[in-house]
Design a binder for this molecule. Structure first.
Ligand code: ADP
Ligand code: ZN
Length: 213
């Protein structure tokens, strides 16, 4: 499958994407994960993205499109892809449309995960992430077996730098302003699947039903 996952920070894009990859071997592509890995590795890309990320602002469209063009050309994308956290602005959506046309690839849908704001705020403040493999935990609903240690890889499980209350509220504002308009963009493209994502399981079911898989 070839999907875009839209939704506010904390709507569950990453969790839904992981469950979908298990169905048909499509790859999850998370621009947030790619950027965090670059920051951690101290690459040029990481240095250019770090300040914006820490403040909850968006990284520039040019930087993101460079990453995504290279990523979408990799051979593992042939079996399908789930775009998690990209596109995030109208210029990115336009540039993606043009890029996919050039690559001769067609999207199945752009899925919008709707989740109430209170649920999002609660999830983000209690979310914890493994610094090594990106596995996601929640101190209330899904804590690691050993506090602070990843079940999957033994890495450190921490609160992200951009998951302070201030940065979270900034990210939600940026989402409303820059990313929410993509819902109308994809509706106009005839690609929108708008779902009430009360849980990731409900979201995955709705997506499967829509795609007939
Ligand atoms: P979220 O939980 O907010 O969906 P992500 O892991 O997707 O978080 O992204 C973390 C940060 O990385 C964003 O706040 C932003 O600074 C940067 N980022 C990720 N994807 C993009 C993108 N497509 N365009 C611009 N910035 C991005
Ligand atoms: Zn881990």
């Amino acid at each position: 499958m070839r999907l875009i996952l839209l939704g506010a920070p904390g709507a569950g894009k990453g969790t839904v994407a992981k469950q979908l990859t298990a169905i048909d071997g499509s790859v999850q592509i998370s621009t947030g994960d790619i950027l965090r890995a670059a920051v951690k590795a101290g690459t040029e890309l990481g240095r250019r993205a770090e300040a914006a990320m820490k403040a909850g602002e968006l990284v520039s469209d040019d930087l993101i499109m460079g990453i995504m063009e290279a990523r979408l050309r990799e051979p593992d994308c042939q079996s399908g892809f789930l775009l998690d956290g990209f596109p995030r602005t109208l210029p990115q959506a336009e540039a993606l449309k043009e890029l996919l046309a050039r690559l001769g690839v067609q999207l199945d849908a752009a899925v919008n995960l709707n989740v109430p704001r209170e649920v999002i705020l609660d999830r983000l403040t209690t979310r914890r992430t493994c610094v090594d493999c990106g596995a996601i935990y929640n101190i209330k609903s899904k804590p690691p077996k050993v506090e602070g240690i990843c079940d999957q890889c033994g890495g450190k499980v921490v609160q992200r730098d951009d998951e302070t209350e201030e940065a979270i509220s900034k990210r939600l504002d940026v989402y409303q302003e820059k990313t929410a308009p993509l819902v109308d963009f994809y509706r106009a493209e005839g690609l929108l699947l708008d779902i009430q994502a009360t849980s990731s399981e409900v979201a995955v079911q709705a997506i499967r039903a829509h795609l007939g898989i």
